[in-house]
Write a protein that binds this ligand. Structure first.
Ligand code: ARG
Length: 462
């Protein structure tokens, strides 16, 4: 490449070919092309409106830019490495198409405010897409919860059986996480949606531009108040990557549970053929590749967040070429989150079946009703701590005798404490244990029905 096309006469020789490759971002920032064109159209219109160029020149620029859009969509515009980046690629093609007037497009603008504009326009769109995917994922969680209100599943703390819960309750916990993700992205959108265009290279411009006009044309909610901040701020990218990381945390936790549940040891779910894979050597195997991949992909999104923070931490104002490194992180995080949300939605909708018989057996065969025995005595006036100690003893002797609490005879119960009566059996039956937890936000069936209605209402309100 000869530098004369892009750099001023100050340069006498061309870039070393390896350095040209090293410097170039066209390999990945082509992803921004539609936003670059849209941003340039707004800029061209503003130049014409403010009289910096003539209306005819403005029209020519806009036509040329739209023609490039057409060429790109038809697969006919494929800039090579010599273009350096998407901004130069567009400007060069524009000049080929419309002649010398194309060289006026970059008046009162720098690639620094341009790339910031493009990235925000791109991210704004993707945030909307991710929020839609979160909504789809939540919808599937709601449907699944609806059909499993009465299905009981062991609830765990420390991965030790703790108290049984409604499966719907468990699924709705993930609905709530996704709801926060959805809300968080909405808040971040507000800060992505600010226009840096018109900040120039760093200090503004000598031309009588109208920043509010371009912001309005591009649908931005406001303009950066400070041009140095405008070209060097990437807080919005850090915030997005943090939100993306949290989405991945939530998906990865769900994945981990699915992987455990699909194991022989838990056996709570069956993987259907549409979402599981086999082994190339062990014919009996059915592997949970989808949740494993989601769990695995979580790491790279965290990595992008960390990378972005480190990228920013010592950057002097204003623009530095380091900032070119923000794009691959953002693009990859966007693609990863979108793909994972989609895969998890499909997995929930058709990739798993709950083995309800196994689940019913599981909640029947453990001591997860022990708290309820203590609660039973406490309701009858025995101080809770005393009841708790007593039940601890009961569990110990039952374990030694190879019995479950439901197997103790009424005589045995009464020998332990005179307050025990025949209704103890009802009180410790798994269904009753769940139903009784009717406190706000608890797993009691009545609460679940309320929670489902409330979740649906929030979900539908967009
Ligand atoms: N490709 C560059 C980036 O992604 C565009 C801005 C370049 N600006 C500059 N002053 N070299 O950040």
């Amino acid at each position: 490449m000869t530098q004369s096309k892009t750099w001023s006469q100050r340069f006498e020789s061309a870039l070393h070919p390896a350095i040209a490759r090293f410097n170039a971002s066209i390999g990945f920032d082509i992803e921004l092309i539609e936003y670059d064109l849209t941003g340039s159209v707004a800029h061209a219109k503003m130049l014409a409106k403010t009289g910096i160029i003539t209306p005819e020149e403005g029209d020519r620029l806009v036509e040329g830019l739209e023609q490039i859009r057409q060429e790109y969509r038809e697969g006919k515009f494929v800039p090579g490495i010599d273009a350096e980046d998407v901004h130069f690629a567009v400007e060069r093609r524009l000049t080929e198409l419309v002649g010398d007037v194309g060289k006026k497009l970059h008046t009162a603008r720098s690639r620094n405010d341009q790339v910031g504009t493009d990235t925000r326009l791109y991210l704004r769109d993707r945030i909307c897409r991710i929020r839609e995917k979160l909504r789809d994922f939540q919808g599937i969680l709601l449907d699944l919860a609806e059909s499993h209100i009465e299905t009981l599943i062991p609830g765990y703390t420390h991965l030790q059986r703790a108290q049984p819960v409604s499966l719907a309750h468990h699924l709705l916990a993930y609905f709530e996480m996704a709801q926060r993700d959805w809300e968080r992205l909405g808040e971040i959108y507000q800060r992505v949606n600010i226009s840096p265009l018109g900040s120039g290279a760093l200090a503004g411009t000598t031309f009588p531009i109208d920043r509010r006009y371009t912001a309005e044309l591009l649908g931005f909610g406001g303009v950066y108040a400070n041009s140095l901040d405008g070209v060097s701020d990437r807080d919005f990218a850090v915030e997005f990557l943090a939100a993306a990381s949290l989405i991945m945390v939530h998906l990865s936790r769900l994945s981990e549970e699915m992987i455990l549940w699909a194991s022989e040891e838990f056996g709570f779910i069956r993987l259907t053929d549409s979402c599981a894979t086999g082994s190339s050597i062990m014919p009996q195997k059915k592997n949970p590749d989808v949740p494993e991949l989601v769990r695995g992909k979580t790491g790279r999104v965290f990595g992008h967040l960390q990378g972005m923070l480190v990228l920013m931490k010592a950057l002097p104002l204003a623009y530095n070429k380091d900032l070119q490194e923000d794009k691959e992180a953002i693009f990859d995080a966007v693609k990863t989150v979108e793909a994972c949300l989609e895969a998890m939605a499909i997995l929930l909708a058709e990739g798993i079946e709950f083995k309800t018989d196994r689940l019913a057996g599981a909640v029947n065969e453990d001591f997860s009703n022990a708290t309820d025995v203590a609660d039973y005595l406490a309701t009858k006036g025995v101080p809770f701590r005393e009841a708790y100690n007593l039940v601890g003893k009961v569990v110990k002797t039952s374990l030694a005798a190879g019995k479950l609490l439901k197997d103790l005879t009424l005589e045995e119960w009464q020998a332990l404490h005179p307050q025990f009566a025949a209704d103890i059996y009802d009180a410790i039956a798994p269904r009753q244990v769940v139903a009784a937890r009717n406190s706000l936000g608890g797993t009691g069936f009545e609460q679940i029905r309320l929670a489902l209605g409330n979740a649906r209402e929030r979900w539908g309100r967009t």
